[in-house]
Design a protein around this ligand. Structure first.
Ligand code: HC1
Ligand code: SF4
Length: 581
């Protein structure tokens, strides 16, 4: 342990701690901007570029950045002298001198860390105003908007994209005043290998990287008397939406969310969870089919099967593992299965053409916006899912419509596409998709009811996990990775044959799975919030009367009335897809 003195108080901290860590242990909150502590995934943004956290260290001539200066035995630190305050004020003034002053209309207003810092420092004037201003071209992709005039070069997005996700799209280019974080050759994101995971936007402290907002299109659809507007809500949204209304992370708001959507005027309030159950019917059947053929000696069958419901992961393997396109499950994601069923089965039930229906999805994810724009998910140019908005955009819709969210009663989803099981809701967290698939596949394979549906070996937060599940004479070897960097490491090991062969692997692009999606309320790098959302998801599962997808009565009816059987001809056409190099 190291002992040091900060602002007159002694503290002992473990070796390797920074001054910032030591101050935190004393309850001293040194301001930070570029710093990003993702210790849950073993990473810290190392930039130390903004210098807002500078402190005075006795015996040193220069001020030291607290986030990057190791705590040393006997150190004496002052965090709030006039010299320190002056330096921080200068840093802020310089940052703001080259920052647009459109806070009132900025997508990050109210969540901007630079805005909060200016307020904290009571900055009322700026000595450096009137100098050069950056004027970068704005970049619009289906999922994300980039406005580099608002970039403070904190490099958090780079850390997320390059180290956590290992996608490598973003890096600092140019020098001096023209330096900017951008894809290679300053091309638009859409022309890069960006997966649209949105993890860069999730940690951007300003409005430089934000989601593409489609909430106005939703308002227009709801106001159109010619349209029947159907909404679906992803599993992870219910575990985080409450945060936008001041509720503690991990508060479930499923019933209030359904009530709010009804109050907003949606004609049918449905649940992506219904389609998650449907995904399990198809994906678990595909898994059993491949496994049986493999056990019967079919050398052409590809195992492990990889889950395919995360669109950022799909785009990642299309770019990065083009030799493995026949390995992932061909099952569409629940978002897309929902759209395909809503615009066929449900539109037929209503007696309307698919063009009259607008399907809106509420997702924790920004890649879902891109996913629903993929041309293969449309019929004659009419998309299966018309508009995808994030949890944050839904919160704004609710606030704009004068709905007192916290006062809403708990309501249910509509039928038939609103019925779901516990297996579906756990899709929202890492390990949940494969646990849901195992619940069905094992019962189908053994023809015996499970003693327990809780496969706790598949749960947790470790980036790469594996579990062995005995099923009759066979031991299923299951892998799980969340965060694309972990996915890459696991898949490369599989490809090189460095690991014991897996039967199935679940991959989710975002740390924590969808609960940590790029469209969720901002957690500013605090992954403890993501863990609380995951706990809420498992609570919802425990409280569901039915916890296995194949027991969902409305899914059973859907097969009886419309689809026939899993992997059948209609399913093949509506519920399965293929991948592109
Ligand atoms: Fe997800 Fe999925 S779980 S991808 O994480 O398979 O976004 O929540 O909706 O489609 O169901 C996201 C969440 C979501 C799909 C499902
Ligand atoms: Fe990188 Fe994901 Fe951001 Fe794309 S969306 S730039 S892949 S972090």
């Amino acid at each position: 342990m190291i002992s040091l003195n900060i602002d007159g108080k002694y503290v002992k901290v473990p070796e390797g701690s920074t001054i910032l860590d030591a101050a935190k242990a004393l309850g001293i909150e040194i301001p930070t901007l570029c710093h990003l502590d993702l210790h849950a995934v073993g990473l810290v943004n190392k930039g130390a570029s903004c210098r807002i956290c500078v402190v005075e260290v006795k015996g040193r001539r220069n001020l030291a950045p607290a986030c990057a200066t190791p705590a040393v035995e006997g150190m004496e630190v002052k965090t709030n002298t006039i010299r320190v305050l002056n330096a921080r004020k200068t840093v802020l003034e310089l940052l703001l001198s080259d920052h647009p002053k459109d806070c009132l209309t900025c997508a990050k207003s109210g969540n901007c860390e630079l805005q909060e810092m200016a307020e904290r420092f009571c900055l009322r004037e700026n000595r450096y105003e009137g100098g050069l201003q950056s004027t970068y071209k704005k970049d619009h992709s289906p999922s994300l908007e980039r406005d580099m005039d608002k970039c403070v070069m904190c490099r958090r997005c780079e850390t997320m994209c390059n180290e956590v996700q290992t996608v490598g799209v973003l890096s600092g280019v140019n020098r001096g005043f023209t330096s900017v974080v951008a894809p290679a050759f300053e091309k638009p994101l859409e022309e890069s290998v960006c997966t649209f995971c949105g993890q860069c936007a999730a940690v951007c402290p300003t409005g430089a990287l934000v989601e593409r907002d489609y909430s106005w299109q939703v308002i227009e659809a709801l106001a159109d008397p010619e349209k029947v507007v159907v909404v679906q809500t992803a599993p992870a949204v219910r575990a985080a939406l409450g945060e936008e209304f001041g509720l503690e992370p991990g508060t479930l708001v499923t019933g209030k969310m359904a009530a709010a959507l009804r109050a907003l005027g949606f004609d049918h309030v449905f649940d992506t969870d219904f389609a998650a159950d449907l995904t399990i019917m198809e994906e678990a059947s595909e898994f059993l089919d491949r496994l049986t053929r493999h056990l019967n000696g079919d050398k052409d069958v590809r195992l492990p099967i990889l889950t395919s419901c995360c669109p950022a992961w799909v785009k990642f393997f299309e770019h990065q593992f083009p030799d493995m396109l026949d390995v992932p499950s061909t099952a569409k994601s629940p978002q897309q299965m929902f759209g395909a069923i809503a615009k066929s089965y449900f539109a037929q039930k209503l007696g309307i053409p698919r063009e009259k229906m607008v399907v809106v999805s509420i997702m924790p994810c920004l890649a879902k916006k891109y996913e629903c724009s993929r041309p293969e998910f449309a019929e004659n140019g009419n998309p299966d899912v018309d508009i995808s908005i994030s949890t944050r955009e839904l919160a704004h819709l609710i606030k704009r419509a004068n709905i007192d969210f916290l006062a809403l009663p708990d309501e249910d989803f509509d039928k038939p596409l609103g019925e779901s099981t516990g297996a579906a809701v756990i899709f929202g967290t890492t390990g949940g998709v494969i646990e849901a698939a195992v619940r069905s596949a094992v019962e189908w394979a053994t023809k015996q009811p499970l003693d327990s549906v809780d496969f706790t070996a598949l749960r947790g937060f470790q980036g790469c996990r594996e579990a062995k599940l005995p099923v009759g004479d066979l031991t299923l070897h299951i892998g799980i990775a969340h965060g694309l960097g972990n996915a890459r490491r696991l898949l490369e090991a599989v490809r090189k044959g460095e690991v014991e062969p897996f039967h199935a692997i679940e991959i989710m692009a975002c740390p924590g799975g969808c609960v940590g999606g790029g469209g969720q309320p901002y957690h500013h790098g605090n992954l403890e919030i993501v863990k609380k959302r995951a706990e809420a998801i498992y609570r919802e599962d425990r409280n569901k009367p039915i916890r296995k997808s194949h027991e969902n009565p409305d899914i059973i009816r859907l097969y009886e009335e419309f689809l026939g059987k899993p992997l059948g001809e209609v399913s093949h056409h509506l519920l399965h897809t293929h991948y592109f190099k």
